[in-house]
Ligand binder design. Structure first.
Ligand code: SAH
Ligand code: SF4
Length: 386
C-alpha cells in the first residue's frame, strides 16, 4: 500500500506519478527552467534552486537527484516524485591497445548499449548509440545483424555523454572534443529523441554544433529535417556504393530511399549553407573497391563538395568478406584525389575490442554470455552461428 500521506492532492496515485516523472537529462536548458521553475515556484522556493538543479544536470556531476547535495533533503525527495535523473550502469569497460575504450551500459530496463571513446592527439571523440540495436539490416554491419530492440530516449543518449565524460576525466583524458552518432543504431530512424539530444548537448553541455556529427545510412526525411535547422550539426552519410544496384546489395534501405532521392536531399542540405557533408565508404574486397567505382563516387562527391572517408571493412562474424587490401584502397583514393575530391583513409580504431565501426553488437554478445539453457528465446546466438 502506498503511504496516503504522500498524496499531493493532484488525484494521481504516487505510484502512477512515479511512472510519469520527467527525465531531467531529456530537457533542454529552456525546458528545464520551465519545468523545474514551475515545480520550485509552486513550492515557494527561491529561483536560485532552479540554477542549482541546472548546474547538477549540465555540470554533469550528479548521477542521481539524491546527489544534489546543496538542495535540501526534503526538496530532493519531492523532486524525485516528479523528476528522474538516471544514468546507465557501466556493465563493462574494454580497453584497446590503441587507447580506445568501449563502454557497455546497462539501461534501466536491462537493455544493453555501447559507446566508444577514441583519443587522437589532444582530441577525444565520443561515439554514441542512438538505438539499442538497429533495424536497417545492412549486410556488412554487426549491429544490423544483431537486430533491433528499441529506440533510446534523448536522456539515454545524453546520459552516455555524461557518464563517458566523467569516466574520461577520472582516467586523465582531455575533455570530450567531438561527438559522433556512429554507435549502435540509425539516428535518423529515432528522429525526435536524437534531435532533442543534439540540442541538449549543444545548448546544455556547450558542445559546438560543428563538433557533433550525425551519421545516417540515408533516411531522407531526417536529412531534410537537419537541413532546416539553423545549427550547423555535421552530417555523415554512409554511402558505400556510388550506384543503386550495388548499394542495394549492402543496404536494404536503398529500396525505400534510392540513391537519386538521397542525393536530391543532400543537395538541399548543401544548399542550406555552411553545413559540411562527409561520405563514409567502407571498402570491402572485390565488392565495392573497383577503381571504376571511384570515378563515379568522385562525380557525386564533387557535386556536393563532400569529404570522403574510406574505411577499411572491419570483419564481422556474419559475412565471409575481407577488407580491401592497402594497395587497392590506395588506388581508389588516388582516383578520388585526381578528381579533386578531398578524402582520407581512416585507420580502424579499437578493433581488438570490437569497438571499430560496425562492430558494436551488445545484444548478441550478451546472449552468448548467458548459460546455454537460457538461450532458447534469444535469437541473437542463433544469428551469430549463421
Ligand atoms: N547507422 C548509422 C550510424 C552507425 S554505423 C550509419 O549507418 O551511418 C557507423 C558507421 O560504421 C557507418 O558509416 C557504417 O556504414 C559503418 N560500418 C558498419 N559496419 C562496418 C564494418 N563492418 N566495417 C566498417 N565500417 C562499418
Ligand atoms: Fe544500422 Fe548503420 Fe549498421 Fe546499417 S550500418 S545496420 S544503419 S548501424
Amino acid at each position: 500500500m502506498a503511504d496516503p500521506e504522500r498524496y499531493d492532492g493532484s488525484g494521481i496515485h504516487p505510484e502512477a506519478q512515479r511512472e510519469r516523472r520527467t527525465d531531467l537529462l531529456s530537457l533542454t536548458p529552456e525546458d528545464l527552467r520551465d519545468r523545474v521553475g514551475h515545480f520550485m515556484g509552486s513550492r515557494h522556493e527561491p529561483v536560485y534552486r532552479v540554477d542549482q538543479v541546472a548546474r547538477w544536470v549540465y555540470g554533469g556531476e550528479a548521477r542521481s537527484i539524491a546527489e544534489m547535495t546543496n538542495v535540501p533533503h526534503q526538496l530532493r525527495t519531492e523532486l524525485d516524485r516528479y523528476f528522474t535523473l538516471d544514468e546507465p550502469e557501466p556493465a563493462r569497460v574494454s580497453r584497446s591497445a590503441d587507447g580506445t575504450a568501449k563502454h557497455l551500459w546497462r539501461l534501466r530496463d536491462g537493455e544493453l548499449i555501447e559507446s566508444v571513446l577514441i583519443p587522437t592527439g589532444d582530441r577525444l571523440t565520443l561515439c554514441l548509440s542512438s538505438q539499442a540495436g538497429c533495424a536497417m539490416g545492412c549486410t556488412f554491419c554487426a549491429t544490423g545483424w544483431a537486430g533491433f530492440s528499441r529506440h533510446l530516449t534523448a536522456g539515454e543518449i545524453v546520459a552516455q555523454f555524461r557518464a563517458s565524460r566523467r569516466w574520461a576525466a577520472a582516467e586523465g583524458h582531455p575533455a570530450v572534443s567531438n561527438i559522433v552518432y556512429m554507435g549502435m543504431g540509425e539516428p535518423l530512424a529515432n528522429r525526435e529523441p536524437v534531435m532533442a539530444s543534439l540540442m541538449i548537448l549543444n545548448q546544455g553541455y556547450g558542445v559546438g554544433a560543428r563538433r557533433i556529427t550525425v551519421s545516417t545510412v540515408g533516411l531522407v526525411p531526417g536529412i531534410l529535417d537537419l537541413a532546416r535547422r539553423p545549427e550547423q550539426f555535421r552530417l555523415a552519410v554512409s554511402l558505400h556504393a556510388p550506384d543503386s544496384e550495388l548499394r542495394r546489395r549492402l543496404i536494404p534501405l536503398e529500396q525505400r530511399h534510392p540513391l537519386p532521392e538521397l542525393l536530391a536531399a543532400l543537395r538541399t542540405f548543401d544548399a542550406a549553407g555552411g553545413k559540411r557533408i562527409t561520405f563514409e565508404y567502407t571498402m570491402i574486397k572485390d565488392v565495392n573497391d573497383d577503381p571504376a567505382l571511384a570515378v563515379r563516387l568522385a562525380t557525386i562527391a564533387a557535386g556536393l563538395q563532400a569529404f570522403v572517408n574510406l574505411i577499411p571493412y572491419n570483419p564481422t562474424p556474419y559475412r565471409n568478406w575481407q577488407p580491401s587490401p592497402r594497395e587497392r584502397i590506395g588506388a581508389f583514393r588516388k582516383v578520388l584525389a585526381e578528381c579533386g575530391v578531398n578524402c582520407a583513409v581512416r585507420a580502424p580504431r579499437g578493433r581488438d575490442i570490437d569497438a571499430a565501426c560496425g562492430q558494436l553488437r551488445a545484444r548478441a554478445l550478451t546472449s552468448l554470455a548467458v548459460p546455454v539453457e537460457q538461450q532458447g528465446e534469444q535469437q541473437d546466438a542463433k544469428r551469430l552461428s549463421e
